[in-house]
Design a protein around this ligand. Structure first.
Ligand code: FES
Ligand code: FES
Length: 187
């Protein structure tokens, strides 16, 4: 349900974008309708961080290699550092800030990450959580849920320099396999 309307116009020449060709987009951002006029070459990561102040989405490599900038577009994980903002017109964008419920409750994926001790420095965590959330979405109506190897493969695009991945995969497995239950805590 869309509740609130925001109108944003990007600052001139920020990040080197030319303001000469502005394109209008209307989309949903974390459940609220957003309307903006953006340079046609603007990348989604810059819109999210600099125009909406949602800095939970991290710029890592900015080349599609690390996954730190992952957000959901219509429920699917995308690298926002490669995604042209003009393509979000009419779509639903979810960032890490949008995962927490209005009641302040964390998403089951976030709970699983905490419960499994899958966070160290935290730089990769928002992107990792969004990629796992996209796997949870993919598995929601699947007859057979992904196994550990498939989960590992699917998270190859998200790099973590701290945890060694095992606990992250544990968290992803917990979030995917327990998603049919009414989860309040994952152990
Ligand atoms: S910052 Fe986007 S993939 Fe690394
Ligand atoms: S927790 Fe430090 S990069 Fe993943």
């Amino acid at each position: 349900m869309l509740k609130e309307k925001k109108t944003r116009v990007p600052s001139k020449n920020r990040n080197g974008y030319s303001p000469s060709t502005l394109v209008s987009v209307i989309f949903s951002l974390n459940g609220s309708q957003a309307t903006c006029s953006i340079p046609s070459s603007m990348l989604l990561i810059d819109l999210i961080r600099e125009e909406f102040g949602l800095t939970g989405t991290k710029p890592g490599c900015r080349e599609g290699e690390c996954g730190a900038c992952t957000v959901l577009v219509d429920g699917h994980a995308v690298n926002s550092c490669l995604y042209l903002t003009v393509n979000i017109n009419g779509k639903e964008v979810t960032t890490i800030e949008g995962l927490t419920g209005r009641d302040g409750n964390l998403d089951p994926v976030q709970k699983a990450m905490i419960s499994k001790g899958a966070i160290q420095c935290g730089f990769c965590t928002p992107g990792m959580v969004m990629s796992i959330k996209s796997l949870v979405n993919r598995n929601k109506n699947a007859k057979k849920k992904m196994n550990r190897e498939e989960i590992k493969k699917s998270l190859e695009g998200n790099l973590c320099r701290c945890t060694g991945y095992i606990k992250i995969i544990d968290a992803a497995e917990a979030a995917i396999t327990k998603m049919d239950e009414k989860i309040t805590e994952i152990h």
